[in-house]
Design a protein around this ligand. Structure first.
Ligand code: GDP
Length: 297
């Protein structure tokens, strides 16, 4: 995750920290390189621009250029700005699932990793928080997707709602809610149908389910490799059905990572988790401090 960006920024800051004294021109040159590196990582232009402007403002002050270790100080400013843009100043707190049975609605496009992430998160809630979790697939168009969730459930020892052929998504959601109450579950997760594009049917279905279960969390699962497209998808889902958080998948690849940097500024929504592989334990909480540290090496 972020290897390319980390390499690029590492180079810029190596040069900067080797210099004894810094001029405003040095900082400006470095920030041009930083901006290019961010754009290459597929960070959106306004975010990249605001990012480097904020750093320039802070770094060209007297204090930095006269500091004993000006380069180090610029790196510190960049670190703090990274944490800010990643959402570090406003901690969303834990998932709101304390009042059982708490519904979690999982939404996203087909192929983004929604079903896998549903199982990963269920596993995490079970193993780390001792929650009793029920999962239900609402993807009535794709019986294979419903089967897939049932198989994943078996692998992680998490119950899935039995499949009743011919039932519509809202009816499944109602049954999951009843089952979760009767069965003493802490959380029930609804894996909604994915489609290749955001269309009316998809949105209407998710909205109908939302209105029936009133989810405590609505998590959008989106492929982190798609960069700015992921951010656009998140914006659209949020406008149309409202999301409370984002999960970025495929962050294990050599993806450019721009989605992680643009998401919060553009959508206002926190990234909650990142997917780091196909295995069911490959899900990490998104911690802006740790990610900023990773980017800067
Ligand atoms: P859905 O259509 O959104 O439900 O997508 P799936 O959950 O079926 O995932 C599609 C493919 O992406 C599967 O082969 C998953 O194993 C894979 N996948 C999901 N999350 C990740 C991830 O974080 N990293 C990697 N490398 N693959 C993932």
């Amino acid at each position: 995750m972020f290897e390319n960006l980390a390499d690029r920024l590492g180079g810029v800051f190596d040069r900067l920290t080797r210099q004894g004294a810094l001029t405003e021109a040095d900082v400006q040159t470095a920030m041009r390189e930083v901006r290019t590196a961010l754009l290459e990582a597929d960070v959106s232009l306004p975010v990249a621009r605001e990012f480097t402007r904020a750093i320039e403002r802070k770094a060209t002050g007297q204090q930095v250029t006269k500091s004993v270790t000006p380069g180090q100080q610029v790196v510190k400013i960049v670190h703090d700005e990274l944490v800010r843009v990643l959402g570090g100043e406003t901690d969303p707190g834990p998932l709101k699932i304390d009042n059982p049975p708490a519904p979690i609605l999982m939404v996203g496009l087909q192929g983004g990793g929604k079903t896998t992430t549903t199982a990963k998160l269920a596993r995490r809630l079970k193993e780390r928080e001792g929650k009793k979790v029920l999962m239900a697939s609402l993807d009535t168009n794709r019986p294979a997707a419903m089967e897939q969730l049932a198989i994943l459930g078996q692998q992680i020892g998490v119950d899935t709602l039995p499949i009743v052929p011919g039932e519509d998504p809202v009816a499944i959601a109602r049954r999951a809610k009843t089952q979760a109450s009767l069965g003493g579950y802490d959380v029930y997760m609804l894996d909604t149908a994915g489609r290749l594009h955001i269309d009316e049917v998809l949105i209407q279905q998710a909205a109908d389910v939302r209105d029936v279960v009133k989810p405590r969390e609505t998590l959008l699962v989106v492929d982190g490799l798609t960069g700015q497209v992921a951010v656009e998808v998140a914006k659209e889902f949020d406008d149309k059905i409202g999301v409370s958080g984002v999960v970025l998948t495929r962050m294990d690849g050599d993806g450019r990572g721009g989605a992680a940097l643009s998401m919060r500024s553009v959508t206002g929504k926190p990234i909650r988790f990142v997917g780091l592989g196909e295995k069911l334990d490959a899900l990490e909480t998104f911690d802006p401090e740790r990610i900023a540290g990773r980017i800067l090496g």
